[in-house]
Design a protein around this ligand. Sequence first.
Ligand SMILES: [Zn+2]
Length: 198
Amino acid sequence: MLSPLLQNLIQALRVLPGVGPKSAQRMAFYLLQRNVDGGKQLSEVLADALENIGQCQQCHTLTEADLCGICSNPRRDQSVLCVVGSPADLLAIEQSGSYQGLYFQLTGHLSPIDGIGPEEIGIDALMELVARKPVEEVILANNPTVEGEATAYYIANLLAEQSIKLTRIAHGIPMGGELEYVDGGTLTHAFNGRQQFK
Ligand SMILES: [Zn+2]
């Protein structure tokens, strides 16, 4: 029989995605029996992060400062704004090293069925930022899912009236991939987005 405190710990660990009862148990036993110091450090860092990390006032990505490192960097190209759906997507683009402009991070994608509308994901704030900054190009880098596409179309509609270049990242064959293993939807995108061979 588990003690009440141990039961609480196991239950609390299950807040993490992909952690079921067995994994939570294993984590709790590991921390208590084999890595008490690591556990203490985890609890301190976790409390600190949850207390102090919020949204960047400009791009809405996670940061403990008013403005994140990208928004406050004067060397970033202020005329290009890339719209992403999550901090993980922003990080992936950033790590590719291929983009030097600014970002705007939506909180997920539109999903009317779940009651998630434009305001909930930050489209109002995006429009306000576009109006305030000397943005010449908006790059839509929403995921190529049904919700991601719907979100991209919604933003494109709002920006259609403005003299801003609107682009969508290309979707297609992964580098090193083989055509025969690529699904039909991706192949269609790849064909529609074909470019002059240089
Ligand atoms: Zn920012």
